[in-house]
Design a protein around this ligand. Structure first.
Ligand SMILES: C[S@@+](CC[C@H](N)C(=O)[O-])C[C@H]1O[C@@H](n2cnc3c(N)ncnc32)[C@H](O)[C@@H]1O
Length: 269
């Protein structure tokens, strides 16, 4: 990935510091999609302009690249909404992958964006993009299931965010939320954009079945509810199945704030 980044930098030397890494991520996406198209036995016939998508509980065929752009815009809009309320100076994304959300947030929301990630290749790529562009992004190699996180905010008010990362961890119980809230500087807000399994009609049931087949997390919504019942957090927004660029793995937006901070200097939604 670092080699590809080096080549990309040279091929478009006049792009702005924000567009340079975003256009790189776009190229990576195109490569992934081309690989899917090259493996019809695994993915079926993939037509990027007639891809199965979902918006709320409606299924339809549309452009995968456009849906992907909408989805990334949703991430930025959500973080901006928290920033507008003066609530955070740093967002810490758990499971940041190659850093597309960090880049988008740093470029659009004028805050620092820090990622933690298991993949050393992704962490080092993000480091290189940061030093080449000057964007306020960084990533560290950590396992957010067991390592501490709050030090990444370096003493500033911060928001915890996950974007399709918790989906990959089949089991997360309430002790995970307890541990994060017990850290020295707990987050002021938690933002999850994940395929959370909020009960609904037939489409919601199909999404749950998709998660079962792929062994994706199916219990995080129950974990959140149990953290609420224990008085640890308060859910301030829950918007089920907003968009699915993989139709049956749609993104639900869930925002919470720690209970004990909910009256003093806390985010309004
Ligand atoms: C589907 S990718 C999503 C990446 C990114 N959030 C995005 O929206 O493009 C999930 C990422 O979470 C990372 N991840 C999963 N479990 C993790 C853990 N326990 N600690 C750190 N990273 C983790 C994976 O390595 C992977 O890069």
């Amino acid at each position: 990935m670092k080699r590809l980044w080096g080549r990309h930098k040279q091929s478009v030397p006049n792009l702005s510091p924000a567009l340079l890494p975003l256009s790189f991520v776009h190229k990576l996406n195109r490569q992934n999609w081309a690989q899917m198209q090259a493996l019809p036995g695994v993915y079926g016939q993939v037509d990027l302009d007639r891809f199965l998508l979902s918006f709320q509980d409606e299924l339809y065929e549309g452009s995968l690249p456009v849906a992907e752009a909408f989805f990334r815009q949703l991430v930025v809009q959500t973080v901006q909404r928290v920033v507008d309320r003066g609530a955070i100076r740093v967002v810490v994304e758990l499971g940041c992958g190659a850093g597309i959300n960090l880049i988008n947030i740093a470029a659009n929301c004028a805050i620092r964006a820090v990622g933690c990630e298991l993949s050393p290749a992704a962490v080092s790529l993000i480091g290189e993009i940061a030093s080449d562009t000057g964007l306020p992004i960084e990533a560290v190699r950590r396992n957010y299931m067991k390592d501490s996180i709050s030090d990444l905010a370096k003493g500033e008010d911060w928001g915890l965010m996950t974007v399709h990362s918790i989906e990959q961890t089949p089991e997360i119980d309430v002790s995970w939320i307890e541990r994060i809230l017990d850290e020295e500087l707990p987050p002021k807000v938690g933002i999850h954009m994940e395929p959370l399994h909020v009960p609904g009609g037939q489409f919601a049931a199909e999404c749950k079945r998709y998660a079962e087949i792929n062994d994706y997390n199916r219990e995080f919504m129950a974990t959140i509810r149990s953290a609420e019942a224990k008085g640890l957090i308060e859910v301030v927004a829950l918007d089920p199945r907003i968009i699915g660029s993989q139709a049956h793995n749609p993104t639900t937006l869930l925002v919470w704030r720690p209970r004990e901070r909910s009256t003093e200097n806390s985010i309004a939604w």
